[in-house]
Design a protein. Structure first.
Length: 274
């Protein structure tokens, strides 16, 4: 073997060793609890990007893309809390408050974008009523986000938990008229400072498999019907109605029958992320 060939072979072995060492180091880093914590927080922060792109789509009057970004944000919001609890991010990355991070993103993706969506696509009555109703929704939602008793110990929400990112696409796909839309929004907003119970789709243990199934079916239906607009789909519309009715129905049941699974009415902030 020539000197050049030997040098090339040696260089190749050194490069392979370096790459192997780097890969092992990276793998070990990813296994580190702190690295996992930062990854979870970064994943949560992706919701901010969903909010930005969703708001841009609303501004461009592109309802399909806007709903798509809202759906992606919902998936991120549904998964990050599970990961945060699994990897104990509060312990390993204490400098980042996951609850505050989640709250900031939720205010954009669950409130600002859906309200702007209703205004941009004329889902509310014409001015000045549309602006007044939208302002009322924003005001009540801001107050709910500031509640210190957002959840009970068995993980039901006190008052409507600003899930406008579910309500608005549902009403839009159902082609709801402006005044029925306005009335639905007003009624939900009025519950936000009450102790009327609403179901958390991930954390309430009772009915959890059914709740997750209903939520996934609803989300898939929203995406399929949005892609198929302006065509109407009676089966899809029935599924869209079923999910909110289920969530409201379980909330009514919990309000009347009291705590589940050994829980009580002890108030605490929402734990959607942390």
């Amino acid at each position: 073997m020539s000197h050049a060939a030997k040098l090339s072979a040696t260089s190749g072995r050194l490069l392979a060793t370096a790459m192997s060492t780097k890969t092992s180091t990276e793998t070990a880093a990813l296994r580190h609890p702190v690295a996992k914590g930062w990854f979870v927080h970064s994943f949560t922060a992706l919701g901010a990007l969903c909010g930005m792109f969703g708001l841009m789509a609303v501004g461009d009057r592109n309802y399909k893309i806007a709903i798509l970004w809202l759906a992606i944000a919902m998936v991120v919001d549904g998964l990050d809390g599970l990961a945060a609890r699994k990897y104990e991010v509060k312990t390993h990355v204490p400098r980042i408050d996951g609850y505050t991070l989640d709250l900031i993103i939720d205010f954009v993706t669950c409130i600002v974008i859906p309200v702007m969506f209703m205004l941009r696509f004329f889902m509310l009555p014409h001015n000045p009523w549309g602006a007044i109703i939208a302002s009322f929704v924003m005001l009540m939602s801001a107050l709910w986000m500031s509640r210190t008793d957002q959840m009970t110990s068995d993980h039901f929400f006190n008052g409507f938990p600003c899930e406008w990112n579910m309500i608005v696409p549902t009403l839009f796909l159902l082609n709801m008229k402006p005044w029925p839309t306005a009335i639905a929004c007003i009624l939900l907003a009025l519950t936000q400072l009450t102790n009327w119970k609403f179901l958390h789709p991930m954390q309430v243990r009772k009915f959890r498999p059914l709740t997750i199934t209903v939520t996934v079916v609803w989300l898939a239906t929203v995406l399929l019907m949005t892609a198929d607009l302006p065509a109407r789909n009676p089966i899809g519309e029935a599924l869209l109605i079923a999910c909110p009715l289920y969530i409201v129905g379980v909330g009514v049941w919990r309000t009347i029958n009291g705590p589940t699974g050994g829980g009580d009415e002890t108030a605490m902030p929402s734990t959607m992320h942390c």
